[in-house]
Design a protein around this ligand. Structure first.
Ligand SMILES: [Zn+2]
Length: 257
């Protein structure tokens, strides 16, 4: 299972706002309310229209709007806000030569509240950990590096929940030493019951490594992390591998009867 990166893209036409999954009921989809959508052009952008070289793609917007859950028993409303601009949409051609295009308004949300889950969260994940992961999903829109750090924090909490110690018995000058995340993951992988879970745990190191040294985090790295993390969380809290193993054992027992 991988996270749908196209659904979470940062730029899209204001005529095709994605239908995100509802953050409240998880069953409905959020439908964009065109009647309550407002975009405004700031003065500094308006002034440029007088320039003789002006083209529509010089325009900048600020926008706000709402999407409503189409599950009638839920009806959650989500506020979406951010920046807008104008771009060419090619209706014919390849972007060079004699092309036909139309101007379209593009929007890039910097905030969605309440934020949709970038992947579904199992109810078996403890509340506190789910809360931290939801914060990562929320800040993704404004600051992807902050989102990565939130995921790392949630991973430390998963390891706490699974009883992996934060400290080591080996004492340094200050007394008990803190275990780096990577070593905690290694300990956890050792204790995992089967190869598949252990592999998922080891892959989690990418969650810990990216974005912690102040470097910029690219969206594609963030989504790589999400893919790994979603899989590992399923292994930890839903244990499909363990269930598969139990199922195999039951089948073998049946055959032997
Ligand atoms: Zn809903």
């Amino acid at each position: 299972m991988t996270v749908n990166r196209n659904l979470w893209r940062r730029n899209f036409s204001d005529r095709s706002v994605p239908r995100y999954p509802c953050p409240r009921c998880g069953r409905g989809s959020l439908v964009w309310d065109e009647d309550r959508y407002v975009k405004l052009e700031p003065k500094h952008s308006e002034r440029k229209h007088d320039n003789e070289d002006w083209e529509p793609d010089w325009v900048q917007y600020r926008f706000v709007g709402f999407s409503k859950c189409n599950n009638s028993t839920c009806g959650e409303i989500v506020a979406i806000a951010g920046l807008g601009y104008v771009d060419r949409e090619y209706v014919y051609g390849d972007g060079v030569g004699l092309d036909e295009y139309e101007w379209q308004t593009m929007v890039s949300p910097t905030s969605i509240s309440p934020a949709p889950n970038l992947f579904p969260l199992s109810p078996k994940i403890p509340e506190q950990i789910r809360g931290e992961i939801k914060l990562a999903f929320k800040v993704y829109w404004g600051d992807v590096r902050a989102a990565t750090i939130r995921l790392r924090t949630s991973l430390e909490m998963v390891l706490d929940d699974r009883g992996v110690p934060r400290t080591t018995d080996k004492t340094d000058k200050k007394g008990k030493g803190m275990l780096p995340l990577e070593q905690r993951i290694a300990k956890f992988a050792e204790s995992a019951g089967d190869d598949e879970s252990a592999e998922a745990m080891h892959a989690l190191r990418v969650v810990g490594n990216i974005g912690t040294h102040g470097e910029t985090v690219r969206d594609e790295d963030f989504f790589d992390i999400l893919d790994v993390y979603e899989h590992a969380l399923l292994e930890i809290y839903e244990q499909p591998s363990a269930q598969r193993k139990a199922m195999r054992a039951r089948l073998i027992a049946l055959k032997d009867k």
